[in-house]
Design a protein around this ligand. Structure first.
Ligand SMILES: Cc1ncc(COP(=O)(O)O)c(C=O)c1O
Length: 339
């Protein structure tokens, strides 16, 4: 039985298809979002010597914090409330008399409060990094997410069937990226991950579904196969988006009377391409029960984020430790599979 995974399974036929289609030449492609983020922060610091700190949300994965420790920049956390919205007063206070980088996450494919953030920028100097690790093809007011921050990065392999990939882009004349074109051969674990559905039942977590990386790892570029595909193959965006929306709606219905709580305000519509269906459990037991429920049915359900130890102290909302994510992977029509 095929496992319903959060991230799409690599499709080997795309290698062949990408040999015969139109060529692009996307620049600044990294192995994954964390490395694009690291490059972004280092580039900003090189160009702006008066940056004094970075503001990051309390709901953030540990890889981001690990990288910032390695860079050695001062970190301050700003609060995310229980509807996954930014506490704008908190951010505004922390911007006073300072020139910060501000990391803003579009959680799960849904837009952050960009209108309010951009009006704060008119009053206080700052540089926004837009974190689209969960986001590809979503829009806010007819403008693509990815065009709101000064710099922006995504995590292509979370939505598209690739071995690796994240693109960093600049939306401002003030920060010019070097147009890096590096690539490398796929690693053994990327290859293993790409055939995870052919492997016999193994409960081991492999590479990217939930990467375990407390330790800092030096940056790597995208692998050459994913680079070829992302440059040459035209993905059917409409189809990907529609199926993900349908799968998101499926979980909304399926879990409606369950013991899980939905995030108020995460309303699905045609502007959104969701990464997962996120909700939270009131207790650790309920969270673990659902993860096991998934395991028994070959459905990958994950708890996100894995917090860095230094972050937990700043979390105002305990529920953020019990967020669970159900797959909306467009390679499956959940209405036909789960009853
Ligand atoms: C919000 C957020 N930002 C950045 C990252 C890092 O992305 P990647 O796994 O592609 O390195 C993640 C990973 O899950 C994430 O959830």
């Amino acid at each position: 039985m095929t496992r319903i995974t959060i991230q799409p399974t690599f499709n080997y036929s795309l290698i062949i298809k990408s040999l015969f289609s139109k060529k692009e030449n996307k620049k600044n492609l990294f192995m994954s979002g964390r490395f694009a983020f690291e490059h972004a922060v280092r580039e900003i610091l090189k160009n702006h010597k008066d940056i004094d700190k970075i503001l990051i949300p309390t709901v953030i994965c540990e890889e981001i914090v690990t990288i910032l420790h390695e860079i050695g920049i001062k970190i301050e956390f700003y609060n995310i409330n229980r509807t996954l919205k930014i506490e704008l007063n908190d951010i505004e206070n922390k911007m006073q008399n300072s020139f910060p980088i501000i990391l803003v996450v579009n959680y799960f494919g849904f837009p952050s409060e960009w209108k309010e953030l951009l009006s704060l920028k008119k009053k206080n100097k700052c540089i926004f990094i837009e974190d689209n690790a969960h986001t590809l093809y979503s829009k806010l007011d007819d403008k693509e997410l990815g065009l709101y921050g000064d710099l922006s990065f995504n995590s292509l392999r979370k939505i598209l069937p690739l071995l690796s990939g994240s693109q960093l882009s600049s939306n401002t004349e003030n920060i010019k990226l070097l147009n890096d074109e590096q690539h490398r051969f796929p690693t053994f674990s990327e290859f293993k991950y790409s055939i995870r559905n052919f492997k016999s039942k193994s409960n081991k977590r492999l590479l990217s579904e939930e990467n375990n990386s407390t330790k800092y790892k030096p940056s790597m570029p995208i692998d050459i196969i994913s680079k070829k595909i992302i440059n040459n193959y035209k993905f059917d965006i409409k189809n990907i988006k529609n199926q993900r929306i349908e799968n998101f709606k499926f979980w909304t219905q399926y879990l409606k009377h369950s013991n899980l709580t939905f995030f108020k305000g995460l309303e699905i519509n045609n502007s959104i391409c969701p990464y997962v269906f996120p909700c939270y459990a009131e207790t650790d037991e309920i969270k673990d029960w659902w993860i096991k429920w998934g395991k028994d049915r070959n459905i990958t359900i994950i708890s996100w984020p894995k917090f860095h130890n230094s972050t937990k102290h700043f979390l105002h909302e305990e529920i953020m430790k019990r967020i669970i994510c159900f797959p909306v992977n467009h390679q499956f029509d959940l209405r036909e599979i789960i009853s």
